[in-house]
Design a protein around this ligand. Sequence first.
Ligand SMILES: *Cc1c(COP(=O)(O)O)cnc(C)c1O
Length: 400
Amino acid sequence: MSVVQDRIRAGELSPHEATAAVLADLPASATSMQRVLNATGALLHTNLGRAQLSAAAVDALRVAAGATDVELDLTANQRARRGRGALDALAQAVPNAQAVHVVNNGAGAIFLAAVALAAGREIVISRGELVEIGDGFRIPELLESSGATLREVGTTNRTTLRDYENAINDRTAFVLKVHPSNFTLAGFTSTVSVRDLSALGVPLIVDIGSGLLAPEPLLPDEPDAITALNAGADLVTASGDKLLGGPQCGLLLGSSSVVEKLRRHPVTRALRVDKLTLAALEATLRGPHTPTWLALHAGPDVLRTRCEELSGRLRTAGVPASVVEAVGVVGGGGAPGVELAGSAVALPEEFARPLRTGRPAVLGRIEKGQLLLDLRCIDAGADDELYNAVTRVHLAGSGA
Ligand SMILES: *Cc1c(COP(=O)(O)O)cnc(C)c1O
């Protein structure tokens, strides 16, 4: 029982006081999750839930939260293909995919392909692509949990077409090419292109990871779905909440025969996405640019101007703020090594903890004994909120 309840029972509070105390005791929201202003400069911060949804996607979530026609044709009053709006939007966004399917996440997409196509058979994969995704989860172990056997080829740094050719036999289910999305391998290296792998005469699955559907000039080393399919991949798998900027989900794009086989497998039901995901995915695909896209494309000049304005206002309020150059990253295990030129507002490090534990929480990053607030991943409309958060900490004297 709460302190407030105790005091009411003890008759210590007047009815008016009791009402006020009960209201003050209520949590501001029924979820314990806190809103966080991501001032880290990392577009896809794994611990902050990866991609931030667009306003269009948030609106779609609200519509879908109640009863919705996710699986009903309201005109004909009969059952309809579940999530057809999202699936149609995905098919339109990747016109060279004959068929598309959506599951719970990227790992689910890979697992479904393995269990439906390779259980009891072999998956051929390069030793340079046996990737640990994060939190101790490893793609090779995920694949083996499907009942498939891995046929590892090549070495950590070099794998050739000949290595693949020598490994293929009548037990081969498919060749899998995994994008090493969270590390870079430099020096004496070689890998085999999707086009060359597609000529091996066995199905080719390409896990691109990031969910770029088309090439992104700012990220020239990130693979995309359209290019991989054009180069001959039979199936492409990807995450929905990385560079695509949508809700957590796994995309499967490819030939009709392969996608249909996956869709009919019993495990498909266990990987089914909910109506909220389908709604947010469709809005992400059809709607305006996502927050992730905007953060990636934020111009250094615009970021500098915003930082100078915020920093100027903070100095006027007595906060020792300055503007420094800062490098943004894709983060979330994507596009390692890519540095996005930008700026940040620098504050004394002592501001970090009170900002992080405030409402809304503000998460920056510490660099050289300073707290940097990078505005790249924060909507310009929230700069005032950031100003308020910093000045509150300053006035409370918990910062410098
Ligand atoms: C992120 C990633 C995955 C895992 O996707 P989740 O959506 O996190 O399950 C798999 N493969 C690659 C290459 C990735 O980058």
